[in-house]
Design a protein around this ligand. Structure first.
Ligand SMILES: [Zn+2]
Ligand SMILES: [Zn+2]
Length: 476
């Protein structure tokens, strides 16, 4: 081992030691029991039988080994029921202060949603920031909190308004279990009976929707919070807050390790929404999708028998239960662009095409086709075309119409070439449609063309244009 490698090794060793609480030999069991008491409702056998005499002794007692198994299952560890190194390592990771399971229940959740669904009765909620951490500027705290709420507003009908006085639904504060950065060691539970634990492990906690403490979020100010840096032992307030506000809105911990509502802190790019499809499905089960009546869609397309609507980084579809759900585009098409200008499906090739700027992506199911993304010129479009507004494929003719401004190009998918001649004006093919086509799809032999908020139906044969409600396909 060279000197350089030795130094690196030493540095990483120091990092590990510094990152987690150091336990004296023999303290591991007590530490683990404490952890399982806090997060998995480990109880002493005696307490358990006193608490629920009605169980008549027939109820299984969830002892240490059972609770370890529950915890190992939740975190995707090997389920041994033994306190091994891997299990201890997870126990030392920074996390939310709320439990991972329902009271004494061995069941964890597929979705971050509790059984009794505590939720706000209104979509118009208020929040108030009661005090500030010294770790960041006030403007940074204000911005982090506002964006953390906006993450949920983007995928639900919820709206958040800030209050500077009085009682808000979500009261936000920073607190410690003593006085931060002083030697005074009197302990305080900051008014809710839930003590913080000093630096690391527990970062924050929040309360289910309700009056009083309900909805409130408390941050452990013995942590070092940052605006956006992923520095060692510092936590991005925006990410911690977005997780806690999930609780404030009624979500529970999810066992999906990719979910924001998983209980461990994970750094993600603070410029992107930290929500996974699991989080979005959870919040939409409680509050439904955002109102889509007045949205101007980026793109609309059929896809294997469904109709998908694209807006910003999301797509909307009807779920199997016929409710409308909204999911990140990249949760299904990992290699897709952030957002799209246009989309169409060619069922004969079983391909979905997504357009963004001067490029086109082709997918078979979730998989990007080899060679993609390709430039628009691969369709034979002139270099002057730098963006497609809308696209629709006609199965009867095998042609794809690509809308650009007030004109459209017609591409023959079977011959792999563009129709010759200048692109015709849209209103020659679709009489009465004077605006630009901004999104389009073809279903049951009808063209459905969106022009901003207007939706017009054209029968493929002959017929007059028919104006429809913008939310004709997605009733939300
Ligand atoms: Zn949590
Ligand atoms: Zn608290």
């Amino acid at each position: 081992m060279g000197i350089h490698h030795q130094l690196c090794f030493l540095a990483s060793l120091l990092l590990v030691i510094h990152a987690a609480p150091i336990l004296k030999p023999g303290r591991e069991k007590a530490f683990a029991e404490d952890y399982l008491r806090k997060f998995f409702y480990l109880e002493d056998t005696i307490t358990s039988s006193i608490a629920r005499p009605e169980a008549g002794g027939r109820e299984p007692v969830y002892g240490l080994s059972e609770k370890l198994k529950e915890m190992q299952k939740f975190f995707g560890l090997e389920v041994t029921g033994k306190l091994n190194k891997e299990t201890l390592a997870v126990m030392k990771k920074p996390r939310c202060g709320l439990p991972d399971v329902r009271y004494n229940s061995p069941n964890v959740y597929r979705f971050a949603m509790p059984e009794d669904e505590p939720r706000w009765e209104t979509n118009e909620l208020t929040y108030r920031i009661l005090n500030y951490t010294p770790d960041m500027s006030r403007a940074e705290v204000d911005d982090s909190i506002a964006r953390a709420l906006q993450v949920w507003a983007e995928v639900s009908p919820l709206r958040f308004t800030r209050m500077n006085s009085g009682t808000a639904d979500i009261m936000i504060s920073f607190a410690t279990n003593g006085e931060k950065k002083t030697n005074k060691l009197f302990l305080t539970d900051h008014g809710d009976g839930m003590m913080f634990d000093g630096p690391l492990q527990t970062l924050a906690h929040a309360f289910d929707p309700g009056s009083g403490l309900g909805g409130d979020a408390h941050f452990d100010d013995d942590e070092f919070f940052t605006f956006r840096n992923n520095s060692h032992n510092a936590f991005v307030l925006f990410l911690v807050a977005a997780h806690e506000f999930g609780h404030s809105l009624g979500l529970f911990h999810s066992e999906d390790p990719n979910a924001l509502m998983h209980s461990l802190y994970t750094f993600t790019d603070p410029d992107r929404s930290p929500l996974s499809s699991n989080d979005i499905e959870g919040i939409q089960l409680l509050y439904g999708p955002p109102n889509c009546q007045n949205l101007v869609w980026d793109a609309v397309t059929t896809f294997r028998g469904e109709t998908l609507f694209f807006k910003n980084g999301f797509y909307w579809r009807k779920s199997q239960s016929n409710t409308v759900i909204q999911l990140p585009i990249r949760s299904f098409w990992l290699n897709a662009p952030d957002n799209v200008d246009a989309a169409y499906e060619d069922p004969a090739q079983d391909k979905l095409f997504l357009f963004k700027g001067t490029q086109v992506w082709a997918f078979n199911g979730q998989n990007l086709e080899p060679g993609y993304p390709k430039p628009l010129s691969s369709f034979g479009l002139p270099a002057s075309v730098t963006k497609i507004n809308a696209a629709v494929h006609n199965q009867n003719t095998g042609k794809t119409l690509l809308f650009v401004g007030r004109h459209y190009y017609s591409y023959d998918e079977r011959e792999n070439r563009m129709d010759e001649g200048d692109p015709p004006r849209v209103n020659i093919r679709f009489p009465g449609l004077t605006g630009e086509v901004t999104a389009a799809h073809m279903t049951n032999n009808n063209f459905y063309l969106f022009s901003g908020r207007n939706l017009v139906k054209f029968s493929n044969s002959i017929g007059l244009p028919h104006l429809l409600q913008n939310n004709y396909f997605l009733p939300c």
